[in-house]
Design a protein around this ligand. Structure first.
Ligand code: F1P
Length: 577
């Protein structure tokens, strides 16, 4: 393990920031790296999830205490699986954490359905099902909404294991739910999953509440000693792009929840008692999955390059997925605008799932009436996107050997008639695929074929897609060093992040307030902290404020100067003295 990989653990490395918001020393120059260099840096960052160093202040994934907590939580789930009457396991979170709550609850309910068992999993995502497909970050600030949605899901239940996920130990929505659980211990056992130590949990006052995230986490920590609550919060290292918890935070969430729930299922239905050893072994398999994925570094880099070229040429990127893998595409696509594209007027990154909402099987059913961005079936792709597809666009097919390959080939052919820029991420467990290879080569598909086992497919797909979308936006110039500079400022956490970015450049951070939301020609001040009312704005707020503050130019002047330049990162370097 090299020095840079460990130095974030030193107490004087960006001491005011929690691990999940620190900038990663490994990726300081990611904005200047080649596609292959970018993928190499992401690999090094992901490897930090599994570091086993001891003797530091931080708990790690493989530490005894963490593994023991996972075992205990798995045993609680096992009890519910064996006696599901009036019981529920609720997974809840905001943004990516909520999307994973949905995905994992659906996958494990599906497993129960196949065994003819009572379904015990429910999910909650801040902002409701529309947040599965688009960023709805304002509701993340609302603890009461969190509490009410938990109450609604659990109506009439006598025993609830509540697993609240907030990678940064920061979302008020989840804090409200945990506080509610603490007030009703006769029904609720709370579990908090995140990736900062408790003393780094967010301590900012929440309007209308007597608690902060940190105070709730501390109460949980006390109860954890008596096993009345559980805290799973190993450090997995700073994100490759500072604060982008969709990446490692999301991957570690997926690993932890899957390890816990599959151990519980094995104990309840296959007579394999939950034990630390089994948990450890399963986590090591995930570590291996990450290593195996990055063995395809050059293949992933080729996808990054293709998608980056599309963005540079004002084209788009479409993921066409089959089976559960398709949701990972929808999830990755939904994260691009808030992370990289505050100024985008058109959604350039879209995901599609074979049968649309029928395959998604979400609580609220079809959402297509909300607009074209919510039309997610392959049929919708054929009608809305295919007719205007050109070589400037990139299409990525995502499928496995379990999917109907004739269908994949047919759709691939239709795409190929419009663009040569078609690629595939394909998972398989055996090497006998000569026939397929011939079929695909005949229409010139550039295929990244990942050879792994069934359960590794999903994590591996997530890593590849995260690399493609992050890498492409880096090539488009949306990242400065390793900071998001074109993020949407749509809730209080993102506001703080943006303000900090301005502070980094020694400016008056709070002035960003004045530039936060634009109303036609008049800049409005978001004094009421009501992010919902204002909604995402179509202006590149952070770069605008940054250049204006540093150069003294008016906002109008800066806006037109930024508009003249294609690459934001270069524009900033040029405009800032
Ligand atoms: C939740 C979240 C992230 C998203 C963005 C805003 O974070 O929605 O998933 O990428 O950073 O916050 P958390 O509560 O899991 O830390």
């Amino acid at each position: 393990m090299n020095f840079f990989s460990l130095c974030f653990q030193s107490s004087d490395y960006e001491p005011s920031l929690p691990v999940t918001e620190k900038s990663n020393p490994l990726t300081r120059d990611i904005d200047r790296a080649s596609p292959s260099g970018i993928v190499g840096m992401l690999e090094a960052c992901d490897a930090q999830m599994f570091q086993r160093e001891t003797g530091t202040n931080y708990q790690r994934l493989f530490d005894d205490q963490v593994v023991t907590t996972l075992t205990e939580v798995a045993k609680r789930v096992e009890l519910i699986l064996k006696d599901p009457q009036d019981s529920l396991v609720v997974l809840s979170g905001c943004g990516t954490s909520g999307r994973l709550a949905f995905f994992i609850a659906s996958r494990f309910n599906e497993a129960l359905k196949q065994l003819n068992r009572t379904l015990v999993y429910s999910y909650i995502i801040a902002g409701g099902d529309r947040a599965l497909l688009s960023s709805q970050e304002a509701p993340e600030d609302d603890p009461e909404l969190g509490m009410l949605s938990l109450q609604k899901v659990c109506e009439g239940k006598k025993r609830v294991l509540f697993i609240g996920v907030s990678c940064g130990l920061s979302a008020p929505f989840v804090a409200g739910q945990l506080d509610f659980c603490l007030q009703h211990p006769e029904v609720y056992t709370p579990v908090l999953l995140g990736f900062n130590p408790t003393h780094q949990a967010r301590d900012e006052p929440i309007p209308g509440c007597t608690f902060t995230f940190r105070s709730v986490a501390q109460r949980l920590q006390e109860l954890a000693q008596r096993r009345k609550a559980f805290l799973i919060n190993p450090a997995v290292g700073p994100e490759a792009i500072s604060g982008s918890s969709r990446m490692k935070g999301g991957s570690a969430t997926k690993i932890v929840l899957e390890v816990v729930l599959s151990a519980a299922h094995a104990a309840a239905f296959s007579h394999t008692p939950v034990a630390n050893d089994g948990i450890l072994q399963h986590m090591r398999e995930y570590e291996r999955a990450v290593e195996m994925t990055y063995q395809h570094r050059e293949g992933i880099a080729a996808l990054v390059e293709a998608a980056g070229r599309s963005l540079q040429n004002e084209g788009g990127v479409c993921y066409l997925g089959w089976g559960p893998m398709a949701f990972l595409g929808l999830m990755d696509a939904s994260e691009c605008n808030p992370t990289f594209g505050a100024g985008e007027r058109k959604k350039r990154w879209r995901g599609f799932i074979r049968g649309g909402y029928k395959d998604l099987n979400n609580n609220e059913g079809p959402l297509s009436s909300l607009g074209p961005d919510f039309c997610i079936a392959h049929e919708d792709f054929l009608h809305q996107v295919l007719p205007s597809l050109t070589d400037r666009d990139t299409v990525l097919l995502i499928y496995t050997q379990s999917d109907d390959l004739h269908e994949v080939v047919n759709l691939g052919r239709k795409v190929r008639e419009k663009t040569s820029n078609i690629h595939a991420v394909h998972h398989r467990t055996d090497s006998v695929e000569a026939l397929q290879q011939v079929t695909f080569l005949s229409f010139g598909l550039n295929k990244l074929c990942i050879f792994d086992t069934f359960w590794q497919w999903e994590l591996s797909t997530k890593l590849v897609l995260n690399a493609v979308s992050t890498g492409a936006h880096i090539l488009k110039g949306k990242i400065y060093r390793n900071h998001m500079i074109d993020l949407q400022v749509t809730n209080s956490k993102l506001y703080r992040r943006a303000a900090r970015l301005l502070q980094v450049h020694k400016t008056v951070a709070h002035m960003i307030l004045e530039y936060t939301y634009i109303n036609q020609d008049t800049l409005t001040i978001n004094r009421d902290n009501n992010w919902d009312k204002h909604g995402p704005c179509s202006v590149q707020v952070v770069p605008l404020a940054l250049v204006s503050l540093l150069t003294g130019c008016s906002l109008k002047q800066v806006e037109s100067r930024l508009e003249q330049r294609q690459i934001l990162r270069d524009a900033l370097e040029e405009l800032i003295p």
